[in-house]
Design a binder for this molecule. Sequence first.
Ligand code: FE2
Ligand code: FE2
Length: 113
Amino acid sequence: MEVSNNIFYKCASKKTPELDGQKIFKILAKVEAEHASVWKKILKLENVKYPKYDKCASEYKPNLEESHSREDRAIKFYGQAAAEAKNERVKEIFQAFVEVETDHLHLSEARLK
Ligand SMILES: [Fe+2]
Ligand SMILES: [Fe+2]
């Protein structure tokens, strides 16, 4: 999920004409890549592939809408994981991710109004 979000945001930061969009999508791409690398470490994954991706829109609004649905999915996923976690520390990690992804959701929400 984090890799998929990273490659979407990289695409969106390149194809969105508005500078504001280029900036926020670039920042989001960076944060999602950091999330992917956290999971890579925790899960001791050997190599994580970042496929080439160019299926994002060339306009700001549809990219904001896709950002909104991706962040909504991330919040639900981490929220569920936090609820199911048996270990307190693991629960805290998932909850921290819910908070960060909620901040991301607000970026598109504020711009879609
Ligand atoms: Fe993330
Ligand atoms: Fe996010």
